[in-house]
Design a protein around this ligand. Structure first.
Ligand code: SF4
Length: 232
């Protein structure tokens, strides 16, 4: 098992629920602004001595206090046991929220078809044709489009979210994204926080951060395309 950590309580990670957050170690991306660099290191899977039995014991103890479990990362869909992990948590009576970068639609499909997730939050990091090479060495953009369709047709509560910073997001790109997810229930524009990130040097010479006022302008650009857009 490749658990990278457990946040015991959260009021903000699963909308409307008190949740814990289970971090899966390992990711197929290398976003320079990643806030969990220790989870995506190539040898991250060997760092964390947290076992599935400990998670289950914790969840058993917290029954009645926690309303749900967030599976985050890293990228949970890269974990070969993700289906059985979610199944066990669901069997314990907890709704599961999945945080994903959307790069592995076949796993998302299996999770949905087997009723193993109850909420999906999918990142859309930039124009799907521009992920490579800055965010991931190589990726077929069709994976992102397929995941978007799966999420929107899943009949589950969901959100798409974009961390807004330059050079990945500008007014043209954000409009392109909102066009791709046209009609989406919820689109979240996330403000970038420059702490403990994977590659600080990447942003040194660039004015990467959007101020609140600029984020509001981005929201104005996309809001007609989606049912709800919020800044977080
Ligand atoms: S931000 Fe998410 S997708 Fe990007 S490297 Fe970090 S964990 Fe992976």
């Amino acid at each position: 098992m490749f658990f990278g950590g457990l946040q015991k309580n959260s009021l903000i990670d699963y909308p409307g629920k008190i949740s814990c957050v289970l971090f899966i170690a390992g990711c197929n991306f290398q976003c320079p602004y990643c806030h969990n660099p220790e989870l995506i290191a190539p040898d991250a899977k060997h760092y964390f001595p947290l076992h599935e039995e400990q998670i289950h014991a914790f969840l058993k103890k917290r029954k009645g206090f926690l309303d749900g479990v967030v599976i985050s990362g890293g990228e949970p869909t890269t974990c070969k046991n993700i289906l059985s992990i979610c199944k066990k948590i669901k069997q314990m009576g907890y709704p599961v929220k999945l945080d994903t970068n959307g790069s592995r639609p076949h796993v998302i499909k299996e999770l949905i078809e087997n009723n193993l997730v109850d909420y999906i939050a999918m990142d859309i990091k930039t124009d799907p044709f521009s992920y490579s090479p800055l965010l991931v060495k190589k990726m077929d953009p069709r994976h992102i489009f397929t995941s978007i369709t799966l999420v929107m047709e899943s009949k589950l509560p969901y959100e798409f979210r974009t961390t807004c910073l330059k050079p990945f997001i500008d007014p043209v790109t954000i409009k392109k994204i909102s066009g791709i997810i046209q009609g989406a229930e919820l689109y979240v524009l996330q403000q970038f926080r420059n702490n403990n990130i994977l590659n600080k040097n990447f942003f040194i010479k660039k004015n990467a951060v959007y101020e609140k006022k600029e984020l509001t302008e981005l929201k104005y650009i996309v809001k007609a395309d989606v049912k709800e857009c919020i800044i977080r």
